[in-house]
Design a binder for this molecule. Structure first.
Ligand code: GDP
Length: 455
């Protein structure tokens, strides 16, 4: 299905529910005319002026009865978010009123926007590239300040610039190799093999650096789930509370399996960590508890890390030994209640790291916090805002790097310019798919369908 861009779309741009203000957004050639029809205005709007007006019910028996008092702003094409004529109608933040304004816009000839369609149009009209469009979705979805900063950098074009710079180096290299092709008898005429090798190495290094940054970038962007497990009374809930209390809790609607478990998403140094406390879910006496146990197990399976909390002040019993045996990496063992002494002897198992904690001491959760971040690969060394974290981008960076690696190898084996060029072309295509200079339609559908309506 091709995207239709010649009609005018409308949607509520503010969240569902009540608020001080609510915004209805229109984009397309007919947007100013539709807005004028809604407010019963026979003169054109003034571009970039906030106009106080009333949305009126022209058909009302009593004459022009006001539906809402609004402020209308027309962003004339191409200086707008989408690059088209955009009108924002800012009304009172009541779902009833906002829906009524949308209904009237539809009656006046607009079409209801699909999720992300405003941003899609911005992309199709060349206002932003695909990386920036994805940054808009990430920005809206951000739950930690670091996530918001990373998305904002991306929207401002930092990643775009890096990718374009790498693309330009490859373009230049390809051009020199192609020129050499015109003088076949000379071979590598406009660029010696050594120069090509050096240029390839430089680009491969830049791509490798991006890839390395992506590890932390993905952590920050996606967040991770960490499950606390262990025998009753070891201090799981206390540690959970200490961790959650020390960190800034995030109010977050987390869809999925963990709803019925005690979960909290917290901001650990910018990484959103969904902590799952499986306390009280162990002795399944009835169906509800059995379901709880099943969910706890499920959470452990999808978790990035399991923390087995043990009471360090008591010698290990059979159950403790069984829990350690059953523990599967990636996992760590928290030796809790260390303030009461250290009588628990645990086998030295290199699959797991150990951390001593005391949920009741003021310092007690800090070692666990640090250990969790380290285990997830977000150690204290790297505090910068990650430049890349979207798995789609990282996958394509990997593809480009692999193609250039092959080019480098074939060069060493005495390959022709054509062979080297083929691989450079593959790398360039991968980079162009990141920024969307080349983007298949199904990819666009996939990306924009996860946006919210009105964005
Ligand atoms: P859970 O069943 O594993 O969730 O354990 P709780 O968090 O409910 O803790 C069980 C008991 O141990 C409570 O009375 C806590 O106050 C106590 N407790 C938990 N952690 C510590 C600790 O680090 N030191 C000491 N001294 N007591 C603790």
């Amino acid at each position: 299905m091709a995207f239709s861009t010649d009609d005018t779309i409308v949607a509520i741009a503010t969240p569902e529910g009540r608020g001080g203000l609510g915004v209805v957004r229109l984009s397309g050639t007919a947007a100013p005319a539709i807005a004028c029809a809604l407010i019963g205005r026979d003169r054109p709007l003034e571009a970039r002026h906030a106009t106080f007006a009333r949305v009126v019910d022209a058909a009302a028996a009593a004459g022009r009865r006001a539906v809402d008092q609004v402020v209308v702003t027309w962003f004339a094409a191409p200086q707008s978010y989408t690059g088209e004529d955009v009108v924002e109608i800012s009304g009172h933040g009541s779902p009833v009123l906002l829906r009524e304004i949308v209904r009237r816009a539809l009656a006046a000839g607009a079409r209801l926007a699909e999720p992300g369609e405003f941003t899609l149009r911005a992309y199709l009209n060349g206002r932003i590239d695909l990386v920036q469009a994805e940054a808009v979705a990430d920005l809206v979805d951000a739950v930690t300040p670091l996530q918001a900063r990373a998305a904002m950098d991306q929207l401002e074009g930092t990643l775009t610039t890096t990718i374009r710079r790498i693309g330009a180096s490859l373009f230049d290299l390809a051009a020199r190799l192609e020129a050499s092709l015109d003088f076949p008898e000379e071979g590598f005429h406009f660029a010696t093999r050594d120069e090509v090798r050096r240029d390839l190495d430089r680009v491969i290094e830049a791509l490798a650096a991006l890839g390395a940054e992506g590890r932390r970038g993905r952590l920050v962007r996606e967040g991770r789930m960490v499950v606390l497990t262990g025998p009753p009374n070891a201090g799981k809930s206390s540690l959970f509370n200490a961790l959650a209390g020390a960190a800034r809790a995030i109010v977050h609607d987390e869809p999925g399996t963990t709803r019925d478990l005690l979960t909290e998403t917290i901001d650990l140094d910018g990484v959103p960590i969904t902590l799952v406390d499986t306390a009280g879910l162990r002795d399944a006496r009835d169906v509800v508890e059995a379901e709880g146990v099943a969910r706890a197990r499920q959470a452990r399976e999808v978790a990035a890390l399991t923390v087995l909390v043990l009471d360090a002040s008591r010698p290990a019993g059979d159950e403790t030994r069984r829990l350690i045996d059953e523990l599967r990496a990636p996992a760590m063992i928290a030796l809790n209640k260390i303030d009461l002494g250290s009588r628990l002897r645990v086998p030295d198992d290199e699959r797991f790291s150990f951390v001593e904690t005391s949920a009741l001491a003021s310092w007690g959760a800090e070692p666990l916090r640090v250990a969790i971040l380290e285990a997830l690969g977000a150690g204290a060394a790297d505090r910068d805002t990650p430049a890349i974290g979207n798995i789609r981008h990282l996958h394509l960076v990997g593809e480009a790097r692999a193609a250039l690696g092959r080019a480098r190898e074939s060069l060493g084996a005495g390959a022709t310019e054509e062979l080297v060029l083929t691989e450079i072309t593959s790398a360039r295509l991968a980079l162009e798919e990141i920024t969307g200079q080349r983007a298949p339609e199904d990819l666009l559908h996939h990306i924009f369908s996860r946006f919210c309506v009105g964005k």
